[in-house]
Write a protein that binds this ligand. Structure first.
Ligand code: UD1
Ligand code: CA
Length: 463
């Protein structure tokens, strides 16, 4: 394959999105559009990725720095005067790099590396190539103009097209392969004179006519037109989202994940799921989440930036964020696992249990109606129904430590900071403010008194 650099066009505002945020940072399958485009370029084997930034570039650069450190260079397009002007803004990179440049629209999230590679392969014997698509509804894309012999001679933008040209259903997908030196020379020329089109912009697409004067330009129709859908509006964004999810689910199922209802299963592009995991209908798996093999995720669960261990069982309607869940552990139904929680292996966290910034060692259980916040729970400890860690004094949070094998009786309140040592018991209904030593029983509640014959006497006074 030809060696090439990729030039990503991402300086535009995206006015048609009607948004405070720059278009390329809008997310598709949980990942900014530009993230998808960068990944496709890198996976296709680009020697260098040049990103053209302008509008809200600080935000875009912050994202790129976080997700793709050291893997790209930036060129600035201060004023957005069109796609031709955008590529000209990186002219320094058109002289010192690979012979060929792959120009990539920054607003096409479903483009993938395999398609880019196929395009580059197909362009092998051409100096200039354009990726095209045949669409039933060519909408507002640029139209591909060909001669009767089918040679490509130009691209006419929708705004500038005649009714006959608008009837053409082969469109410009927004991906080009060209000689870097050609781009450098011709874009300098293009941008030297005032623009002459309906939009008043310097069109990259005007280069096709120039290239076609010298040699045959390849117009390569993409095999799957859904991959080239550009995002200009929120309607486009929703369509891109739906196709991205379909693609992700398809890939996961081929990798061995069972989905009972792929139509209602939402998995972000950033998620990894092992084979034999089972996703029930209506599950939402977001962010940097990993689900190990054999885990079962029941309906209505929402899991974000978390790690779920092998054969874990997340029962219906559980909400898990920034947490880890160990092997064979059961969570829910209706459990809330909040950030910075680490649940070990073979644990049980049952219905209506809320856990925050808490670790449960292997085999620990909190089966019903419990709040554990800022707590450290030892191996095989049993936290009874209705236990509350009182972790907040109105100003600060304090830690509750529950030792290995400890047993917390139901409906207890543990006022932190407090330690229930290994193997200790807490009597049901206690409100504890002092530590319980190893092996002891801590109990703090009114003593029970039974008064013989009381009920009979009471009834007789009522008569
Ligand atoms: C462009 C093509 C059109 C093609 C379509 C495919 C031109 C003139 N038209 O139209 O033929 O069918 O893409 O999706 O190229 N950008 C900059 N700087 C600018 C202007 C745009 O970096 O000054 C970036 C945008 O951020 C965007 C990309 O270039 O990522 C495409 O720009 P956009 O305005 O969306 O072009 P389209 O109207 O979609
Ligand atoms: Ca576009």
């Amino acid at each position: 394959m030809r060696s090439f650099q990729s030039i990503v066009l991402a300086a535009g505002k995206g006015t048609r999105m009607k948004s405070e945020h720059v278009k390329v940072l809008h997310e598709v399958a949980g990942k900014p559009i530009i993230g998808h485009v960068m990944q496709a370029s890198l996976d296709a084997g680009a020697e260098r990725v040049v990103v053209i930034l302008g509008h809200q570039r600080a935000e875009v650069e912050a994202y790129l720095e976080r997700e793709f450190p050291g893997k790209y260079v930036v060129a600035l397009q201060e004023e957005q005067k069109g796609t031709g002007h955008a590529v000209q803004s990186c002219s320094q990179y058109l002289t010192d790099g690979p012979e060929f440049s792959l120009i990539v629209s920054g607003d096409v999230p479903n483009m993938d590396a395999a398609t880019l590679k196929a395009f580059i392969d197909a362009s092998q014997n051409f100096g200039f190539a354009v990726m095209t698509a045949l669409l039933d509804d060519p909408a507002h894309y640029g139209r591909i103009v060909r001669t009767d012999e089918c040679d490509m001679v130009g691209i006419v933008e929708y705004k500038d097209a005649s009714p006959e040209q608008r009837a053409i259903n082969e469109i410009n997908a927004g991906f080009y392969l060209a000689q870097s030196s050609f781009l450098r020379v011709e874009l300098d020329k293009l941008c030297a004179a005032p623009p002459h089109n309906a939009a008043g912009e310097y069109y990259l697409t005007d280069l096709i006519e120039i290239a076609a004067n010298d040699a045959v330009v390849l117009g390569w129709p993409v095999p799957d037109a859904r991959k080239i859908q550009g995002v200009n509006t929120r309607v486009d964004l929703a369509a891109a989202e739906s196709y991205a999810r379909e693609t992700i689910n398809h890939r996961l199922m081929l990798d061995g994940v069972t989905m009972l209802s792929p139509q209602t299963t939402y998995v972000d592009a950033t998620v990894e799921i092992g084979p034999d995991a089972v996703l029930h209908p209506n599950v939402y798996i977001y962010g940097k989440t990993t689900i190990a093999s054999g885990a079962v995720i029941e309906p209505g669960s929402v899991i974000t930036n978390s790690s779920i261990g092998p054969d874990a069982h997340i029962k219906a309607q559980s909400y898990i964020t920034n947490a880890t869940v160990g092997a064979r552990t059961a969570i829910g139904p209706m459990a809330h696992i909040r950030p910075d929680s680490r649940i070990g292996s073979d644990c049980k966290v049952g219905n209506f249990v809320e856990i925050k910034k808490t670790s449960l060692a292997d085999g620990a259980k909190a089966s019903h109606l419990t709040y554990l916040g800022d707590a450290v729970v030892g191996e095989k400890a049993n936290v009874g129904a209705g236990t509350i860690t009182c972790n907040y004094d109105g100003k600060r949070k304090h830690v509750t430590t529950i030792g290995a094998g400890a047993f917390i009786g139901s409906n207890s309140a543990l006022v932190a900071p407090i330690t229930i040592a290994d193997g200790a018991y807490v009597g049901a209904g206690s409100t504890l403010t002092k530590d319980v030593p190893e092996g002891a029983l801590g109990v703090a509640r009114g003593r029970q008194q039974n008064i013989d014959g009381w009920a009979r006497r009471r009834r007789s006074t009522e008569e």
